[in-house]
Design a protein around this ligand. Structure first.
Ligand code: ZN
Length: 241
């Protein structure tokens, strides 16, 4: 729904399935869309490389979106490594791994990301901040929940004296519905682009190619939670489509 208040958006764009779907959604709604990624270590290098390919492919395959796609930004968040390295006790480390969160997890990381995003949005004149957080799949992350997003929207708007809208198009849908949303926004072309070029795997696997893209073999002991969700979501999307 287009309105005059909200014409330009900043998408937190990591190069994964979720943020690519969010980017397509923003491009379908807003006149100008810029993108932002956070670089917080080698582990995510593959994802950062993929995102540039995804941006190039979107420009190539969706000419009616290409002219809306503005600057791409990348922030160095190496300092997060200092937090994740320094204070994990044995118990905390175990607990986090047991809950499926990576042991490099930084508590409240998404709060930091949103604050940096809002500062950039302020400087770039963008009213909307779009993020692919989701309660349905990753309720383990308290800094990705709907209430947290609403609280951040108020805190950032007050703290910067500028009205921001934090948009979370994936908040209440599951991975199968995220695949369906991509199809609704950009048809098979967008679904194929996401399969081929986006990266979700925590382990950086770009060797094993499945129907749903590159990543871990499903059903193995070593399957990462991100591939598990992406693959299972794909299968559900395909059987219900
Ligand atoms: Zn994986």
């Amino acid at each position: 729904m287009q309105n005059k208040l909200h014409t330009a958006a900043l998408v937190l764009f990591s190069g994964g399935q979720d943020s690519t779907t969010c980017l397509a959604e923003a491009l379908s709604k807003y006149d100008r869309v810029e993108t932002l990624a956070f670089d917080y270590g080698q582990r995510h290098r593959v994802e950062l490389d993929c995102r540039l390919t995804v941006l190039a492919e979107i420009k190539k395959q969706f000419p009616h979106w290409a002219h809306k796609l503005g600057d791409d930004h990348q922030f160095d968040m190496a300092l997060l490594g200092q937090i994740s390295d320094c204070s994990l006790t044995r118990d905390v480390a175990f607990e986090m791994e047991a809950s499926g969160l990576p042991n490099t997890f930084v508590p409240g990381r998404n709060l930091l990301f949103l604050t940096f995003a809002a500062a950039l949005a302020y400087r770039r004149g963008l009213q909307v901040i779009v993020t692919g957080v989701c309660e349905t799949d990753f309720s383990g992350y308290p800094d990705c929940r709907d209430d947290t997003m609403k609280a951040m929207q108020i805190a950032l708007s007050l703290g910067m004296d500028k009205r921001f809208l934090i948009e979370t198009p994936l908040m209440w849908i599951d991975k199968a519905q995220t695949w369906q949303l991509a199809e609704d926004l950009g048809g098979k072309v967008l679904v194929d682009l996401i399969v081929e070029h986006t990266h979700t795997c925590y382990l950086g696997d770009r060797v094993h190619r499945h129907d749903w893209g590159y990543g871990c073999e499903l059903g193995q002991k070593t399957t990462c939670p991100a591939c598990d969700l992406r693959g299972k979501g794909w299968n559900k999307y395909k059987t219900t489509a």
